[in-house]
Ligand binder design. Structure first.
Ligand code: 5RP
Length: 223
């Protein structure tokens, strides 16, 4: 199976976590797109979704799934999202699709985070994937210098030669060369830097379950 087929496999498997009548928390990315397509087959049995990005909202609506404002839904039973990396404790790096802030918000209002990922995303230690950090533009140069002082390389993410602007009107700084041995302490430290909107380490909002797409089928990891 290629990577795309593994993503479709776990997208389909995630339907087992969707309860009848539920409002489902929906992440962002190519793996989640497979989940959204599968979710459309249940659209008459669920109430709808809370979405973590404009892109996922557009896809959900195009398939006839109602999208609720997160402010109108106090709690979600489940949040289904992909990851750029996940370790063996359920900590993740997320934000490759620049949606990390809304992803963390929807994850925080959900009782359970189910991560769907192909096997290439499972790592022993987070940091080989460039860590996305959403920042207020006026703080970006200072935040880059702070990461450089930690021995990392950091730069503003570009799109068509310009700084990429997130759904929230902010920038993404991508940080290379980190080895994140203690994700929880790292997330708490970086979250306190002035101008950091969201760091793409998900340790506070870690996954409780990972549906991992492997050659042998879907492997369920519980944390
Ligand atoms: C988007 C994300 C995605 O979950 C992450 O980038 C994985 O994406 P994909 O499923 O396309 O590999 O965090 O901000």
């Amino acid at each position: 199976m290629n990577q795309d087929e593994l993503k479709a496999l776990v997208g389909q498997a995630a339907l087992a976590y969707v309860q009848p009548g539920a409002i489902v928390g929906v992440g962002t990315g190519s793996t989640v797109n497979k989940f959204i397509d599968a979710l459309a087959t249940l659209k008459n049995t669920i109430k709808g979704a809370v979405s973590s990005s404009k892109a996922s909202t557009a896809r959900l609506k195009a398939l006839g799934i109602e999208v609720f404002d997160s402010n109108d839904v106090p709690e979600l039973s489940v949040y289904i999202d992909g990851a750029d990396e996940i370790d063996r404790q359920g900590h993740m790096i997320k934000g490759g699709g620049a949606a990390l802030t809304r992803e963390k918000i929807v994850a925080a209002q959900s009782k359970q985070f189910v991560c769907i990922a192909d096997a290439s995303k499972l790592v022993d230690i987070l940091g080989a994937f460039p860590l996305p950090v959403e920042v207020i533009p006026m703080a970006s140069a200072r935040i880059i210098r702070q990461f450089q002082a930690m021995g990392a390389q950091a730069g503003i993410r570009l799109q068509d030669g310009q700084a990429l602007v997130t759904d929230n009107g902010q920038y993404i700084v991508d940080v290379r060369g980190l080895k994140i041995a203690n994700p929880l302490a790292f997330e708490m430290q970086i979250s306190q830097w002035p101008g950091v909107v969201t760091v793409g380490v998900f340790a506070i909002q870690k996954a409780q379950v990972c549906l991992l797409g492997t050659e042998a089928g879907v492997q369920t990891l519980r944390f």
